[in-house]
Design a protein around this ligand. Structure first.
Ligand code: SF4
Length: 374
């Protein structure tokens, strides 16, 4: 059994209606509980929960303090390649977009890694498009070897791989993998994923299962907010999280909240999730799971990110460049999407401290991954 079987037992439309039918009483019952289930998550994501945003924020704040203390972990993405053979309607790297394509050489990876290291980061996320003929398993393994001497914690956001390939990368010191389903609506998924491997809904959906079987230390989930109804997509992501934490109980999990952003060749007709709704979504997940890491990237503007620090977020990127070679030499025309928070890592860290939190640059060491794999 995989999560595909679990998903198949649920109808998108039934869940959407069930969320809309949740009442004030359902929300109050969910808020009063100390341990919340998927029915409670449904209530907390529903329009009926909107008047309780302040209460949700307070509970989320306390739960996060209890589990994570006053800390915000910082990381930065390193874009290795913007080659992509998929057509995704929402992405600047999409195959038919006429942009300059670039895949970093080993020397360029080292240059980027050194530039990032000088910025103070210890946690790094290696990112690529999906072009397995150019950026294959061997390339990813080599890239990992290039950056490993410089960083304490290395994760990846790349094309879905096979279980054995994940096992091999974990043996090389990989810590975690972020794999966003974008939407759990299987019928609508092909509308956004027009061509390429990513069009295979099931293969992507089962990637966290393969990661769990490989023994990944962390698996990151996410939906792209602005594609389908956010409440329904978020509930299915909760269903996925609930399944994964029972199946792969040794693994840590994170949830990211990317909202659709402008990019080359991409039109954004206004986000379908407001700032208030984003707060509802983030706090609903904290109330649902005290242990899950909640991630906020530089897609969001500085002011909003600052406001969200005490509400449940545990992990933030800073000073992100979404193009290959963006740190050692800025090349704006290659970027995947426009970042909204342009502050330096030090400015972000200072703001975190100003709010009474500690910016955490390092809470893991790649040597731990390597030792555990041996
Ligand atoms: S979202 Fe990923 S797979 Fe789709 S076009 Fe962008 S980089 Fe390629």
């Amino acid at each position: 059994m995989t999560f595909y079987d679990v998903l198949a037992a649920h109808s998108w439309e039934d869940i959407r209606k069930a969320i809309l039918q949740k009442t004030d009483r359902d929300v109050r019952r969910a808020l009063a509980k100390s341990k919340r289930d998927l029915q409670d998550l449904m209530a907390l994501l529903s329009p009926a929960a909107e008047p309780y945003l302040e209460t949700m924020a307070q509970i989320s704040h306390h739960l996060t303090l209890k589990r994570f203390g006053r800390t915000i972990q910082l990381y930065v993405p390193l874009y290795l390649s913007n080659e992509c053979h998929n057509i995704c309607t929402y992405c600047g790297f999409s195959f038919t977009n006429k942009i300059s394509r670039k895949t970093l050489t080993p020397e360029e990876i080292r240059e980027e890694a050194r530039a990032i290291k000088q910025m103070g980061f210890e946690h790094i996320l290696l990112v690529t498009g999906e072009a397995p003929a150019i950026v294959d398993f061997a390339y990813l393994k080599e890239a990992l070897r290039e950056v490993r001497p410089l960083f304490a914690n290395i994760s990846m956001e790349v094309q879905p791989l096979q279980t054995e390939e994940y096992r091999a990368l974990l043996r090389e010191g990989l810590y975690g993998v972020y794999i966003y389903q974008e939407t759990y609506n299987e019928q609508r998924y092909p509308v956004y994923h027009v061509k390429g491997i990513k069009r295979n809904f099931r293969f992507r959906l089962e990637t966290p299962d393969r990661l769990g079987q490989a023994g990944a230390y962390k698996i990151g989930l996410g939906v792209l907010l602005g594609l389908e109804d956010w409440r329904t997509d978020a509930w299915f992501m909760g269903l996925h999280l609930d399944y994964l934490r029972r199946m792969y109980w040794k693994t840590r999990f994170s949830i990211s909240f990317p909202r659709l952003r402008p990019a080359h060749g991409v039109e954004v007709n206004g986000s379908t999730i407001s700032d208030r709704e984003l707060v509802q979504l983030i706090t609903a997940f904290r109330l649902f799971d005290e242990n899950v890491e909640l991630v906020l990237s530089t897609r969001e503007p500085a002011e909003l990110r600052d406001h969200l620090i005490p509400l449940g977020i545990t992990t933030m990127s800073a000073a992100s460049r979404t193009q290959p070679g963006g740190y050692a030499a800025e090349k704006k025309e290659l970027e995947q999407f426009e970042v909204a928070d342009h502050r330096s890592p030090q400015e972000v860290a200072q703001q975190i401290e100003k709010q009474g939190y500690q910016p955490v640059w390092k809470d893991w060491d790649a040597h731990i991954s390597l030792a555990l794999e041996q």
